[in-house]
Design a protein around this ligand. Sequence first.
Ligand SMILES: [Zn+2]
Length: 150
Amino acid sequence: MGKSDVSDASDEAKQRQNFLMNTEANRLASFQDWPFDEDCNCVPSKMAAAGFYHCPTQQEPDLVRCFMCSKELDGWEPTDDPLEEHKSHAPKCAFITKKKDEKDMTMAEFFKLESVRQHNRVMTHVENRIKEFTYEAEKTRQQIEGLKNQ
Ligand SMILES: [Zn+2]
């Protein structure tokens, strides 16, 4: 298994894409150029049902992202089971821990899930800002220390 975790998504474009991909139909439509076909375990229908959409890059033609937790995975092999991969790489994802298939969900349940996704989005943003702030604070502290020692 050569699959690798890719850095977590955080920027606005990715978040907008995650919003568009909160329906299985839209996720399925993203797998136009997916390299795995009928005889594989990781066919588009199973990928979409597992919460993933296709977001290929030059270096990672088989890169996919979960619309809910933003987990990115590439290095797929024909025998990989998308849902199992999602479970093992992001066990706490709200899409993974939900009890029902999208088609069996009520509107209220669907929006509950969407509110979790929005919560994740905000938390990721806040965590990134805290990291930036901590980094800047440390840099400033070092500058002050440098001035003191002159
Ligand atoms: Zn997920």
